[in-house]
Design a protein around this ligand. Structure first.
Ligand code: SF4
Ligand code: SF4
Length: 472
């Protein structure tokens, strides 16, 4: 039926019909060397992703992102809220490393290692193919799908999504807690149950409905990688010099009188196999997640028609344009240099860390009080973070004529936690010059830790023994 709407000359988005509705993709599975390799990598990654919250190093989970307490554990080391510099160095190092890997290998993460691709293509999609009646062969689902098959598929999807959700939550709450919540009554842990239900729902939404849309329109990482590519980065490319002019393979076209044709027989298998629905022959596109399915599809076609494989292959835009491969360029030198510098700095800061963080803070209110005996008292707060894995008891003492008093010391602090105690530093008024004097206090624990911190005490600016007053 004729529509009053202007029709686009070509498809605007690979997942959009011309009337604006969603174009559902059912990519055909293409077997080949890259699918086999990706399958092994995917299974290994699924095993690793699932195992990480359960594996312990130095008595801690391999990765634990405890957002609630602002403590992040990576490979046996815990970053505390006071480790802002270390965490910042770690994050900057990670980001620059991503820049480096992308400059060299393009979107290799997206196609080979991203959990979205791994679970979608190697768990959910095979199950869907199984229930939709075209097990192992890919391609379009059967025309009519029995309702029981759909129901069974969604039941299996739900079970897998629940397992995935619990694994995901274990990264943030710890595997032990998740196991306790799973085996307990939802009424005992209503909040945890709600979180599990919501995350399971999000998994279902993503893998049953949103699918490739996550890579195409939602993932900032995809956008980031795409802008970080240069003409020398490894990408999946179609070789137009070899493939064009494309044309259907037929006996007539193979005749000697026919005009010369490129190797592409326009079979569209590279398009029907693409999980994001694009045609790689149009060149590098933002939607390409570098899954290499089009390579496997095209290689099989080339083998069938007796042509060399590699019409679609891993290459660079520079090489495809007919130039020699150029590995060395400024960014592949600068990025690793930055990563090395950050690693050295990170290591130096890490090695200089003690068993505890000690911070001395001024109390709110009056900075000093001149007592009746003429001495000057500074109320302060001592913040101690126990960085060890055992509870420690801390005391503090001052020297050089300064007295330290506190009714909150000694204090026992659980592992990985902080405590702030009120202390008073008192010194004779005669020791102050222009209202100031240096003081040092030493914090010790019951396991040999000792750290001295220096501070500036404030006092009266007038003659010693002046009437009591508070310096504003
Ligand atoms: S699979 Fe190969 S031969 Fe077939 S259309 Fe794609 S590029 Fe051409
Ligand atoms: S164009 Fe090829 S490599 Fe890119 S997403 Fe599609 S099938 Fe995968």
């Amino acid at each position: 039926m004729a529509s009053g709407l202007l029709q686009p000359e070509e498809r605007v988005l690979s997942t959009l019909e011309s009337d604006g509705s969603r174009r559902w993709l059912t990519p055909k599975l293409s077997r080949g060397r890259f699918l086999t390799a990706r399958r092994w990598v995917a299974y290994a990654l699924i095993l690793i992703f699932t195992a990480i919250p359960h594996v312990h190093l130095n008595g801690k989970p391999l990765i634990l992102l405890d957002i609630l307490h602002r403590r992040f554990t990576f490979f046996g080391y815990t970053f505390h809220p006071t480790d802002t510099a270390l965490l910042a160095l770690f994050m900057v190092g990670l980001i620059v490393s991503i820049f480096f890997v992308t400059a060299l290998f393009g979107r290799v993460w997206c196609g080979w290692a991203c959990p979205q691709t791994v679970y979608m293509e190697f768990i959910y999609r095979p199950i869907e193919r199984l229930f939709h009646g075209n097990a192992g062969r890919g391609g379009k689902p059967a025309k009519t799908i029995a309702p029981w098959r759909r129901v069974a598929k969604y039941v299996v999807f739900f079970i897998i999504s629940a397992v995935l959700a619990n694994t995901f939550i274990a990264y943030f709450a710890g595997a032990d807690n998740v196991l306790r919540w799973m085996t307990g009554s939802p009424f005992d842990h209503p909040v945890a149950f709600m979180v599990m239900a919501v995350v399971t729902g999000l998994m279902m939404f993503d893998f049953c409905f949103f699918r490739e849309q996550l890579c195409i329109i939602a993932c900032p990482y995809g956008r980031l990688q795409s802008v970080m590519l240069d003409p020398h980065s490894l990408i999946i490319s179609y070789d137009p010099k070899r493939g064009e002019p494309r044309g259907k393979l037929s006996l007539k076209q193979l005749g000697p009188a026919d005009p010369p044709r490129g190797d592409c027989i326009d079979c569209h298998l590279c398009v029907t196999t693409c999980p994001t629905g694009i045609d790689i022959r149009d060149g590098l596109q933002l939607e390409c997640v570098a899954c290499a399915q089009c390579i496997d599809a095209c290689d099989a076609v080339m083998e069938k028609i007796g042509k060399p494989i590699g019409l679609i292959r891993y290459s660079t835009q520079h090489v495809i344009a007919g130039h020699a491969r150029k590995l060395l360029r400024p960014r592949v030198v600068i990025y690793p240099a930055i990563v090395l510098a950050i690693t050295a700095l990170f290591t130096a800061v890490l090695l200089s860390q003690g068993d505890a963080d000690v911070r001395l803070l001024r109390s709110l209110g009056a900075p000093f009080i001149q007592q009746d005996d003429g001495r000057v008292m500074n109320p302060m707060r001592l913040k101690i973070t126990n960085r060890t894995d055992a509870p420690r008891t801390y005391t503090a003492d001052a020297a050089d004529g300064v007295a330290l008093t506190s009714d909150q010391l000694p204090v026992e602090i659980p592992p990985g936690q902080s405590a702030t105690v009120g202390i008073q530093l008192t010194a004779p008024a005669g020791g102050f010059v222009n209202g100031r004097r240096q003081a040092a206090l030493t914090v010790n624990d019951d396991a040999g830790f000792s750290q001295t911190v220096e501070t500036l005490m404030l006092g009266p600016t007038g003659a010693a023994g002046a009437p009591s007053r508070n310096d504003p």
